[in-house]
Design a protein around this ligand. Structure first.
Ligand SMILES: Nc1ncnc2c1ncn2[C@@H]1O[C@H](COP(=O)(O)OP(=O)(O)OP(=O)(O)O)[C@@H](O)[C@H]1O
Length: 377
């Protein structure tokens, strides 16, 4: 009844910490998506997850670009969402009622490019028993998305440039030119500017492509988005498995946040799939459900980041000036290690812990909160 009357979610008593956290996170994300910047008013983007400042900036550009009709070029590492953004631009543009035609330019043989893009007339070559409408004609009034444009051969670059300049093309075996009206979006994870310098990509084509340019940041540069994406995809993946969404422990999330995500969001989705499969019968996922290579990477990185400080402490601060910790860091780490030992040795009993440490209850809770630790981890 409560849900029917507009409640966001409900929690069963006694509420588990993870459940409260998950529910609050979802509610905050929902609120954030509603409080979009004025540039994005009316822009449909609830399928694009993330609220890091860098992503928000990109989305403002995406929304602006959707309102215009100039060619858009999207760059970014593999798996950062170039395809997703191209779709969002089309969906939010005036061309959304017409087709969105995507072409993967990887490994397109020269012999096929013209036929694929421009189509052919009946009898144009042996085997052409029917006429074939090429992708450019299919994208008429809509959007043509050339994915991995950096992989186009020189010959194909020339053909595309001509279409962009004249807005006409000629199907194979036809003796007249046809006109076309499409918006071009292109994307690549290669450094197109460097390719122009090396003369492996045409400069004139490059300038035609980049009326608008959006660069999607890699996931490791927006770690806050990792948590939101993990929540979003955890729910989806669990729904695919036909199970309740699994909670993720703080350690699990920390491990994800430290990883470098070379395959970006695509890699995150596949890691979550693997984790769900590995912890299928458990309500909460822990780091041991993650692939070993990922855990080793994250552990090593955390260890290396902490190393100068820990080394300093282990050596009684030694004599080496390099990596000498600030007093604040030194105190913080000592305090944190002290709390770990206190929690362990007191067995998590508050009275015992207070008496061992000689602090008040509120003092101990304050310290635990400061270090993001719990008495009963
Ligand atoms: N911000 C996001 N929110 C939700 N899902 C995302 C987001 N960004 C990417 N994804 C998802 O990540 C996966 C990879 O995204 P996409 O295929 O768009 O990446 P790409 O940059 O085009 O990769 P490639 O260069 O390899 O073609 C897709 O499943 C996509 O839906």
């Amino acid at each position: 009844m409560a849900l029917e009357n507009g409640a966001w979610d409900y929690l069963e008593k006694p509420p588990a910490y993870d459940d409260v956290k998950l529910t609050l996170k979802r509610a905050l994300q929902f609120r954030d998506n509603k409080m979009v910047s004025p540039t994005r008013e009316g822009f449909k983007s609830d399928f694009i997850i993330g609220r890091s400042p860098v992503l928000k900036k990109c989305l403002d550009l995406v929304a602006k670009s959707a309102r215009t009709d100039g060619n858009l070029f999207i760059s970014g590492e593999t798996g950062t969402g170039k395809d997703l953004i191209a779709n969002a631009v089309h969906l939010n543009s005036e061309r959304s009622g017409a087709p969105f035609i995507a072409v993967d330019c990887t490994n397109l043989p020269d012999t096929l490019v013209e036929n694929l893009l421009f189509g052919h007339a009946k009898g144009a070559f042996t085997g052409a028993v029917d006429k074939n409408e090429g992708l450019i004609k299919q994208a008429d009034k809509g959007t043509l998305f050339l994915d991995e444009i950096g992989d186009l051969s020189t010959a194909a670059q020339k053909s595309i440039l001509r279409v962009l300049q004249t807005k006409t093309f000629r199907p194979l075996g036809m003796n007249k030119e046809l006109s076309c009206d499409f918006r071009l979006i292109s994307a690549t994870n290669r450094d197109l500017q460097a390719m122009v310098k090396q003369r492996t990509f045409r400069k004139d084509l490059f300038y035609r492509l980049v009326t608008h340019h959006i660069h999607l940041p890699p996931l490791r540069e927006r770690p806050d988005d990792i948590v939101l994406l993990a929540d979003y995809y955890m729910e989806k993946i669990c729904a695919q498995f036909g199970i309740r969404p699994k909670a993720m422990s703080d350690d699990f999330i920390d491990t994800l946040m430290v990883y470098d995500w070379k395959g970006n969001i695509r890699e995150l989705i596949s890691v979550l799939h693997a984790a769900v499969a590995s912890g299928l019968n458990e309500p909460r996922l822990n780091p041991h459900h993650l692939p070993v290579a990922l855990r080793i990477f994250s552990r090593k990185k955390t260890w290396e980041e902490q190393r100068p400080l820990e080394r300093g402490i282990e050596n009684g601060l030694g004599t080496d000036e390099t990596g000498f910790p600030s007093l604040k860091d030194f105190r913080h780490l000592n305090e944190s290690q002290y709390l770990d030992a206190l929690v362990r040795l007191s067995g998590g009993h508050i009275e015992k812990a207070c008496s061992m440490a000689g602090v008040s209850r509120s003092g101990l809770y304050h310290l635990l909160e400061k270090h993001n630790k719990k008495l009963n981890p």
